[in-house]
Every structure is written in structure tokens, then in C-alpha cells.
Design a protein around this ligand. Sequence first.
Ligand code: SF4
Length: 458
Amino acid sequence: MLLRHTTDKVAERSALTINPAKTCQPVGAMYAALGINKCLPHSHGSQGCCAYHRSSLTRHFKDPIMATTSSFTEGASVFGGQANILEAITNIFALYDPEIIAVHTTCLSETIGDDLNQIIKKAYQEGKIPKGKKVFYASTPSFKGSHVTGYSNMTTGMVQYFSENTGKPLKQINLIPSFIEPSDMAEIKRMTSEMGVKFVMFPDTSGVVNSPMDGKFHMYPKGGTTIEQIKSAGDSSFTLALGRVGAMSAAKLLDTKCKVPCEILDLPIGVRGTDNFLDNLRKVAGVHVPDSLMMERGQLVDVMTDMSQYTYNKTAALVGDPDILVSTAEFLVDLGIKILYVVSGTPAGPKFERRIKEIAGEDVKVKTGANADMFYFHQLIKGNKPDLIFGNTYAKYIARDEDIPLIRIGFPIYDRVGHQYMPIMGYKGGLRLLEKILSAVMDRQDRDAPEERYELVM
Ligand code: SF4
């Protein structure tokens, strides 16, 4: 109801965020950590932070998300959290027996200035970390960045701590995805296998946060990249980073630390995004694109062509995570959809704006960072209503208020299922995304059609 008081008059704000179009860094760090096999994410902060991060991921994936916390109280806030985390490490290995603990910081521990490097070293020296087990950390202060930044920081931490160039090159490619669904990670792996390319993907949350129900509780589901695999990434011949904001930093570090060259690509959404991914894979691995993938491409193009009258000249407004927005925008342009607005709470920088304008034209309004919030997005929509909104669950209030269909993409999606299991990436995923778009357009057409134009066949 309150949203109805939103006006279309945009007032410039520099120090106020209203309904952020992002969530906090540790959420992304926790998600990335779950992409390591038998890893327990650990939140170095108060219980409330950890509860929020876990519940965000649990509500999105509809799976229990395991994580531990340093449980800060007043004492830790004043004297620092060293004692808390040292005790936590002992308890975690004794009670939950993970192979590895991935620590991320929070606003509070960052403000106190806890030196996690020194603390973890001390834990090793004092024998608190059992032989063969590991603890590492990523700095994720949530007073800047977003969940995508936190994901990127944790992924970069994996390279920093584990990847090694042993001097024995391996015939394998590294794939580093941005913050995407486990279903999309699985689809990228499937396509790479179809190409006959040996690879290491990290992080890989498929089979962890969308694991099957078999009647038993598994503290550590089977999925996730092993530490050995992350280590071996330093001996790979090439790295493809999929998504500039979420994956570039880890790929660049692999280049400087282990001399593994890299290419930064957009996520493989739609025809062009997937073409570009497969083409790069083909070139760096020296393989051919098999007929099976060409068939999937042809089917997607077929539906795009058959249904173009429903998508052509429609208008759209997009809000969410930058890497997903770039590739979705490109797919929408290929469908003849005009992009009006692109808003992301993640500070994605001028490169993001340039890329969006390259894809969607100079007229598109782009804004990122803390002030690029849901309130601002709503104001833009009030000024010129699009036919479709693309965004996460929080966009549903604007969609309802303005009576515009919402196609759910990105994170978080709390009010629908399917995203965990069915991809929107690759040609097959493109078909699913296209089906979602067409269903939204046709449902609206059916709802609004006068009786004499209510068609059986569309
Ligand atoms: S924004 Fe900071 S204080 Fe709030 S949940 Fe995230 S880490 Fe904790």
C-alpha cells in the first residue's frame, strides 16, 4: 500500500537507500563457500548476522543451509573476536567434522578490525585444526558492495589459499561462474562435457543446495568442488570467467599467481551469450561444437522466430545482479524487446553501464550502487511504464502496484520454486526463460482480451 505514495519525481540522493536492490556481502560469501565439497561456512560476527544469511539462502533454495557463527556478544564487540573464533574452530571440528571451514567477516568484525590472517595462523600453531583439515577466510565487509561482491571475495580467497602452479601443466580448463543458480552451474558443466572438454568449475553449488531428498539428513551433500580440484586450477591451461562482477577477480588472481591466462565473458544466457561461451571453449580447448548442442541452439532459435510477434516491441525494466542483467538484456534485445531501465544495487562501475548501453542502446537508463534501490526503480517505472519487469521477489510489490507482469530472475526468489533445478542458461535454459516471458505476455493478453478476441490458439 505504501508504495502507492511513490512519486515519479526522482530526487537525487547521496546518503539514503530505500529498499536496497541487493543483499549483504556474507550472503554471497556463504553461498560460494557451499560450493566447496564438505565445507562449513563460518560467519565471524554476531548470531543475528549468521541467522539472516542462512535464512536468506534457505528461503531461496528451500534446502537447509548449514553454517556456524563466532557468536559475538558485548565482550567480543569491545575486545575483538579472537577468543570466540578460536573456540569455535575447536568446537566445529569436534562436533561437525567438516573438511574445511570457510570464514567470512561481517560488518562488526570488520569494524573492530580482527586480523583473521593472524588468528587462523594461531589456530594452526595451537593445533586447533586437525591434520589434513583446513581453515581459510575472506574479508566481506557489508557496509560496501553486495552479495555478489561477497561471492567474488570468497571465490578469490579460494584461489589465494589453494590454487598452485606445480610446474606440471594439466590439459584442463577452469570455469569460474558468477553468483548463479546451482541449476545454471549444472547446465554449464553439462554443455562443457558435451564439448568433450576436461574442466574444473569452482565454486560449484549444484548437488549441495539443491540436493535430492532421500529420507536421510546429510550435513555435507555430495556436490561441491574438492580442495584438490581448486588446487589443480593453478595448473590448468586457461580460465573462463563467466560474469565480470562476480568471477573476474578470481580469474585475474589465477593469472597473476599461477600464470593461467584468462578470458572474462558474459554469462551464457540466450543465443549470443551461449554462442560466445561455446565459441571460447572451442577455441581454448581446440574442440568442435557437437551436433547435440547445435540442435538445442536451433530449437531455441525456432521458438524465438515462431513467437516473435509476442515479444517484438515490448518494453522491459530490469533490476538485480549485474552479471545476470547484462546477459538477460542481450537476450531480450534479440527478442525485439526494448530495455528502458537497468538498476542494480551492486556497485558494478562504468564498465557495466557501457556494456548495457552497447547492448540496449544509448537511451536506456542505467544506475548501480547503494542509491540504485527499489524505490528509485519504482520511480522510473512510474515515469514510463514498461510491459514487463525482470527482477527478484522484492520486485513483486512494484509489479502488483503497477499491474505489470514480473519475470523472476536473480537472487533472492523466495516465492517460487524451479529456479534451483531448471536453468535459464545455455540454449535449453534460454528456452525456459523464453517460455516464462511468453507465458507472462500471453497470460496478460488473455486476461485483458475482450470476449470476442479471447483466442484458443495463440
Ligand atoms: S549487513 Fe552487516 S550487520 Fe547486517 S547482516 Fe550483513 S553483515 Fe550482519
